[in-house]
Design a protein around this ligand. Structure first.
Ligand code: J2J
Length: 533
């Protein structure tokens, strides 16, 4: 296995092979997508046009040859930060086929994050767009080059300036090196909002299993059309089953320029989209837009929602408003994915974040006192399994705190499991307000706010307090800007809902929007910084 990665122990490897979780499949070379009947069918729909499976396959082989010709070698790391266009998909397949390893940066990352990623990964190359809005990525790349020492090449999609045009990475196909299916294929980033992101190694065998099994669970096959509304670099839209899982199954992936209803509804109508995924803050906006839209959304069968807790009131409205099944997804780039099943009872779909994808996923809910939690009891979720990492890349000592000695990943998520084994995510271990010793779970307070008032968003954070150490500050974005709730109304509403007094927010801040991380989670650190200034 790639240096700097923690391998699964031999006994686990044997089980995963014998039980068929791990096969010899290598990412990017997919029989269903290469079958004669699939080749002429549409693989990708982007702003630039439409590509068939055959065209994507050929382009990936040419780019793979070009990458090797440019001096990159199997095992090299490449930080990839492209707009969600066809090039991102073709480049990914080319990298998988050659065993050169993409490190997926997010579109919102700028020089600080890219510098961190390049130096942590010891990346040999960086692939970026020419410019996005006010950011010239060629200047950013120069900065990163100046600050790091491993980077040899910069490939730019568009006008390359002093660097190499990505479009010139193109050569007659050559015989490609065969990557080891059990070696690393790609690196994802940890989604934690605190501290710089850690690199998550994912192998061909583990990610291929994820693609296969999520496609099966979601009924994704050759006739499916997946809309990538969220950034493709993120695990959710990349591989749950996302763009890769859909292409692998011989289906069509449509890439949206933005996750808004304005951008996505016409695409759903035109491409007859069957499945898409969103983060919770987008859902009320889609539901509102669906009320008045002229676009035909009737092809949509499944809306996956994940990344953060979806409030039950919004969840309940999805099937009627969008005419599709809701699937809650509680996932993490580290591995473990939980899904509500398409045929689950409404109650499970509305109120839980689902259960593990694989029978080989081992999950433990550990209470604060170290004992295993019973049904309905809250604890931290620990997990290991055939597609969950055993250690972050080059993380050495830090891995000790995030993994148990027997290889369980400590998610940091506080969950409760129902009698049927479905999870409810109730908070993060660090995401509590310690109000003079009483712990206020911020997520719970946010849910009460969302349920009690017409809000577009709510985020609860801890502010320093002279008396109690921390006080609870509720930041809300009202639907009707002219009519925001007052703190008095909030207090009365909480009382009315029978909530313990210590959970009532001490302070209310009305905002026009909440700062978001690149993948649609509320950025609480940014929010705190904003309130402190
Ligand atoms: C509550 N919290 C959730 C949910 C993730 C699919 C979907 C999401 C991610 C993702 C992903 C949640 N309700 N439904 O990678 O493939 C929080 C948890 C978790 C963390 C992981 C995927 N779904 N979360 O969000 O790596 O706290 O992955 O540990 O970005 O998001 O974040 P990330």
């Amino acid at each position: 296995m790639q240096e700097g990665c923690v391998p699964w122990p031999e006994s686990a490897v044997r089980t995963y092979r014998e039980e068929g979780y791990w096969t010899t499949e290598v990412l990017g070379v997919w029989p269903a997508a290469r079958a004669p009947e699939a080749r002429a069918r549409t693989a990708l729909v982007t702003r630039a046009g439409v590509l068939t499976h055959e065209e994507v396959d050929r382009a990936a082989d040419r780019m793979a040859a070009g990458l090797l010709g440019a001096g990159l070698a199997p095992g090299d790391r490449v930080v990839v930060q492209l707009l969600d266009e066809a090039e991102l998909v073709v480049l990914s397949l080319a990298l998988f086929r050659t065993g050169i390893l993409p490190v997926y940066a997010l579109p919102a990352h700028r020089s600080a994050e890219i510098t961190h990623l390049v130096s942590t990964a010891g990346a040999a190359a960086y692939v970026c767009p020419e410019r996005v809005l006010d950011c010239d990525f060629r200047l950013l790349a120069q900065e990163v080059l100046d600050r790091t020492d491993s980077l040899r090449q910069v490939f730019v999609a568009g006008d390359p300036g002093p660097f190499t045009a990505l479009s010139s990475v193109d050569a007659e196909p050559v015989a490609l090196p065969a990557p080891d299916p059990e070696d690393v294929a790609l690196f994802l980033l940890s989604g934690g909002t605190s501290g710089p992101p850690k690199l998550i190694p994912r192998t061909h065998a583990d990610y291929a299993y994820q693609l296969r099994e999520t496609a099966r669970l979601c009924g994704v096959g050759p006739d499916s059309v997946y809309l990538a509304a969220l950034p493709v670099e993120h695990n959710f839209a990349l591989g749950c089953p996302g763009v890769l899982g859909t292409l692998r199954a011989g289906g069509t992936a449509v890439i949206a320029p933005a996750p808004t209803a304005d951008a996505c509804f016409p695409l759903i109508e035109r491409a007859r989209v069957t499945i898409t995924s969103l983060v919770p803050p987008l859902v009320p906006l889609w539901l509102d837009a669906a009320e008045w839209t002229d676009h035909d959304l009737s092809s949509l069968e499944v809306l996956q929602v994940g990344g953060a807790r979806l409030d039950p009131d919004t969840a309940r409205q999805v099937p009627k408003a969008l005419g599709c099944t809701l699937q809650q997804v509680y996932g993490m780039a580290e591995g473990l994915l939980n899904f509500t099943r398409l045929d689950d009872p409404e109650d499970v779909i509305v109120h839980t974040q689902g259960r593990p994808l694989s029978p080989a996923d081992e999950v433990r809910v550990i209470r604060e006192d170290g004992a295993e939690a019973g049904p309905g009891e809250v604890g931290e979720l620990f997990t290991r399994g055939p597609y969950t990492l055993r250690g972050y890349y080059r993380a050495g000592e830090r891995n000790r705190t995030r993994f148990t000695e027997d290889g369980f990943y400590r998610t940091g998520d506080l969950v409760r499991r129902t009698e049927h084994g479905d999870f409810e995510v109730v908070g993060r271990i660090n995401d509590v307000v310690n109000r003079g010793g009483e712990k206020v779970p911020t997520l719970e307070v946010e849910e009460h706010l969302l349920a009690a008032f017409p809000l577009l968003g709510a985020a609860v954070i801890a502010l320093p307090d002279a008396l109690m150490g921390e006080r609870t500050c509720a930041c809300v974005v009202p639907r009707d800007r002219a009519n925001p709730p007052t703190l008095r109304e909030v207090k009365a509403a909480f009382r009315g809902r029978g909530v313990a007094a210590y959970k009532v927010p001490d302070q209310l801040v009305v905002l026009e929007r909440l700062p978001m991380t690149g993948v649609g989670k509320v950025d609480k650190r940014a929010l705190l910084a904003q309130l402190e200034t």
